[in-house]
Design a protein around this ligand. Sequence first.
Ligand code: GLU
Length: 289
Amino acid sequence: MTFTTRFAPSPTGYLHLGHAFSAWTAFTAAREAGGRFILRMEDIDTVRCKPEFDAAILEDLAWLGLEWEEPVRRQSAHFGDFDGVLQRLQEQGVVYRCFKTRREILEDIARAPHGVGDVYRGPAEPMSADEEVARVEAGEAYAWRLSLARCRDVLGERFAAMRFVEEGRFVEEGRFVEEGRGEIAADPDPLGDVVLARKDVGTSYHIAVVHDDALQGITHVIRGVDLFELTPLHVLLQTLLDLPVPVYRHHRLLTDAKGERFAKRNRAATLRAMRAAGGTPADIRARFA
Ligand code: GLU
C-alpha cells in the first residue's frame, strides 16, 4: 500500500504558523516515504467556513512550497456520504437521540458517582420509544450520541481488542524524532457518549474524518498531539464501520513567545501577515525548529 497522508484544515480562518507546521510535517513525511500527500477541506461547518479562507489556504500552502493531488475534496459537497454513515450506525443500534440541554447534561455529570470534566456517560435508563416519538413529533432539538454501552454489546470481544499503532512523536527538521508508543489499546471510555450528529446537522468531525480517511486511502494520519485523545473514538468508529485503521503519528504543537498555542484569532501569526511583512517560506520553516 502506498504511503498516503493528508492535511485536513477547516477553512474558518487564515492559516497560522501552527497549521503550517502541521501541513509541512505531513507533506515532508509523504515526500520522504515516496508517498502521496492529500489536502482535504473539512468544511462541514457551513456557517463558520468561508470560500475566501478556502482560497487563502490553497494560496498560502502553495507559497510555502507544498504540492498536493487534485482535485481537493471538500466535505461540504458530500453530506450524503456522512448521512449514510450515521444511518449505518443507527441500523447497528449504537447511537441514540439525546434531548438533554447542555445544562441538563452538566447536572447529570455532577450527579454521577465518578463524574469527570464534561464527559457524559449516557442516561441511566434508555428513553421509551413512545416518549422518543412524542418528542421528535413535538419538534424538540436533539443530538445523536454514540452509546459506548451499546458498542460494547454489539462488538463483543472486538471492543476490548481495539488497537492502533502510534508510530512517531514530535518532529525536528521535518522528521519524527521520537518513536511513538507503538501498538496501544484504543480505549474510548474516557470520552463517554460523544455527539456524532444533531437534528439539523447530520454529521460531525468524527464521522467525516473517519469516512474520508478511509475513502481517500489514508495509511498514515499525521496530526497534532492535541488530537491523540480522540484517536480511540476514531478507531471505534473504524471498527464499527469495518474500515481499516491507519497508522497514527503525532507532532508537537508550536507555541508563541509566551508559550501559548497559535490560534486563528492571533492575526500576527498568520502566514498572510508574515508574508505581508516580508517573510519568506524559508523564514516560516525556520520557525518550525
Ligand atoms: N479539520 C481538523 C482540524 O483542523 C483536522 C484534524 C485531523 O487532522 O484529523 O483540526
